[in-house]
Design a binder for this molecule. Sequence first.
Ligand code: HPA
Length: 272
Amino acid sequence: MSRSAELADLIRTRAGSAPVQFGLILGSGLGALADQVQGTAIDYADLPGFPHAGVTGHAPRLMIGDLEGVRVAAFGGRAHYYETGNAGAMRLPLEVLKALGAGGLIATNAAGSLRADLCPGDLMLLDDHINFSGLNPLIGEPTDRRFVPMTAAHDPGLRARLRAAAEAEGIPLPEGVYAWYSGPSFETPAEIRAISRLGADAVGMSTVPEVILARFLGLKVAAISIITNMAAGLSDEKISHEHTMAMAPMGAAKLERVLRRMLRDVAAPLPG
Ligand code: HPA
């Protein structure tokens, strides 16, 4: 049996066997939403092969249970490339998510803004991304499944659901392009000018590997950024991890409402 199948069995033994519908990767500042899932918490430490996800502000555990009438698997904390140098660090968790029956994944992150109309505390729905790191979580995958198409990788149907949920909540949810920068150092102002010319609206250190892995596994995926700062050189504010962590809750409250609303709509779809 594969490792992901074994872990899915272990999780079902502890959390019940009903299939999971959605996975949620909860980034900086969204740990509180994981706590609102009614179900079973499993520490990553109890799931052999799961990453340590050691960044401050991320609680490394998996919550399996009900959120707004939908069975979800919420990853409170993710592994980043910059922690270990492994771009595929989230592969096993996402394989397990797939093995638990999920069809969709929503990823969240904190990001810096490259656009004057995207301010700290705002949300941005990713309509596409730029892999500015040049890394790829599928390097080393031996099968031809590695040649994953990335056209419409950010699922149009899921994005429409998220936009509708945001509109119903009265929360602006502009779309934009997210550039993945490896981190852990922040970007230089010259890098930000370069990324901006390449077409990015926001920049961050996560999510793109997960989107690639999700498509590889056949999961529909969408992602939302919480803008925590203007990117390097675009404002006088000092950029730091502490600042990111301090600003994330502003957007997190809105993002929680959008996600809850979307799940409620999934549980009880409106006619038509
Ligand atoms: N750059 C990269 N990652 C980030 C930023 C940023 O400005 N803000 C939050 N995460």
